[in-house]
Design a protein around this ligand. Structure first.
Ligand code: ZN
Length: 418
């Protein structure tokens, strides 16, 4: 899927986004929304739509030295149309390179300030000779629409889990395609199972897309109980969970719990008002329980926003491991109920109920036996299964399994509304 999406030149608006959403529709019954240019969304306005057909620079000898067809990172995203000849020094005012990483092409945008430009390796930049250069950018910046994709998967209740990822980057694999692919397959996985939560998946342009969605859906926002912003999930780095602004919500605790039992390396960091669209979901007027779960953190690895963030940088095994963590998080959210011990005066006799026999052959029998005792002791209606798992120091699934065994023999009952 990432391979199919990689060559497409996406931006915050335009055909590249639509083409990408059409591919996603082969996997999910995604609804595509089109919001017209000029629509007011809180303090912002939906911008003009940008489309690009061709862009190149010819050197004084007439050779195409920079060509958008070869790599769509070569063009400054949202470049306005240009076709004229100019000196090297004038051209250099519109060239972007990474002198510290001379072999890589940087990724640059100019969405909200009219400009044009090309991005190239510093190696190539240094070979450019004096003379007249021909610059051609066949782009359009016109009234149109901002497109985003939304998939709502209903569950038993209207209480909702929100997953969001940006779809506005051109040929960048980890920073974009990893999040898009992971959420697509997570949605497919969740379709197959019974669900108490409803799930909403947003495939939206960064910043303006999240602002637009929030502005148009303010009436639905009270349904959101938990959320994650997904990106940077295919690189070899350890996991990074960035807490919601509130910092102690259930999704914060669940993500941290799953990562702890998933094993190192991982880190948990506090909210900062920078990064991906958690900035909008956690703005003070919404303050939603939405964190961000990535592998390497935003803007910290050398491939970030360069041509090295390509299809060889992301690997199936890392995407798979990231997918497992996301899946586990949904399983903990789905199963995190409150129970009440129906035999709270002294310990019930477990042997008589066959519970020791039931766990005897289990490879985790010691853990499961302890889990039974923990669940019986802390199931007073106040503690959720996650509370118990954390207090006992066991993975959620062990505590959940113990609770299922106790329910089966009539020692435990779910607290309604828990
Ligand atoms: Zn980015």
């Amino acid at each position: 899927m990432a391979e199919r999406l990689f060559p497409i030149c996406r931006s915050i608006t335009g055909e590249g986004v639509r083409q990408s959403l059409r591919i996603l529709q082969e996997y999910l019954p995604l609804e595509v929304h089109e919001i017209p240019t000029g629509a007011g969304v809180f303090d912002w306005t939906v911008p003009r739509e940008w489309n690009i057909r061709e862009a190149w620079v010819k050197d004084p000898a007439g050779n195409k030295v920079i060509d958008f067809q070869k790599n769509n990172l070569h063009l400054l995203s949202y470049s306005v149309p240009v076709h004229r000849r100019m000196s090297l020094s004038e051209l250099k005012g519109h060239l972007f390179t990474l002198p510290e990483q001379p072999e890589l092409i940087p990724y640059r945008t100019s969405y909200y300030k009219e400009n044009w430009g090309f991005c190239l390796t510093h190696q190539l930049y240094e070979t450019l000779q004096e003379g007249a250069y021909e610059v051609f950018i066949d782009s359009s910046l016109e009234d149109g629409h901002l497109s985003y994709g939304e998939y709502y998967l209903p569950g038993e209740t209207e209480a909702e889990v929100l997953f969001s990822t940006h779809i506005c980057h051109p040929s960048l694999a980890n920073d974009n395609l990893s999040g898009i692919s992971l959420l697509t397959f997570l949605a497919q996985e969740l379709q197959k199972k019974p669900r108490r939560y409803s799930y909403r998946f947003l495939f939206i342009p960064g910043t303006i897309g999240a602002i637009t969605w929030l502005a148009r859906n303010e009436a639905k926002i009270h349904h959101i109980r938990h959320g994650l912003v997904a990106s940077l999930l295919g690189d070899p780095g350890g996991f990074t969970y960035k807490r919601s602004r509130r910092g102690n919500t259930e999704i914060d605790r669940v993500a941290e719990h799953v990562l702890k039992h998933n094993g190192p390396p991982y880190q948990v960091i506090d909210f900062i008002p920078y990064g991906y669209d958690e900035r909008q979901f956690c703005s003070p007027g919404f303050n939603l329980p939405v964190g961000s779960l990535t592998r390497s953190p935003f803007a910290t690895f050398p491939e970030y926003h360069t041509s090295a963030d390509n299809l060889t940088f992301i690997r199936p095994e890392y995407l798979q491991a990231s997918f497992e963590v996301y899946r586990k998080i949904t399983e903990v959210l789905e199963g995190n109920f409150h129970y009440i011990n129906l035999n709270p005066k002294c310990e019930p006799q477990l042997g008589r109920r066959g519970l020791y026999d039931a766990i005897g052959g289990d490879s985790d029998s010691k853990a499961l036996q302890m889990a039974l005792l923990w669940v019986l002791n802390l199931s007073d209606g106040e503690h959720s299964l996650l509370d118990i798992a954390e207090r006992a120091g066991y993975p959620f699934e062990v505590i959940q399994r113990a609770s299922e065994m106790l329910v089966e023999v009539g020692l435990l009952a779910e607290v309604s509304g828990g």
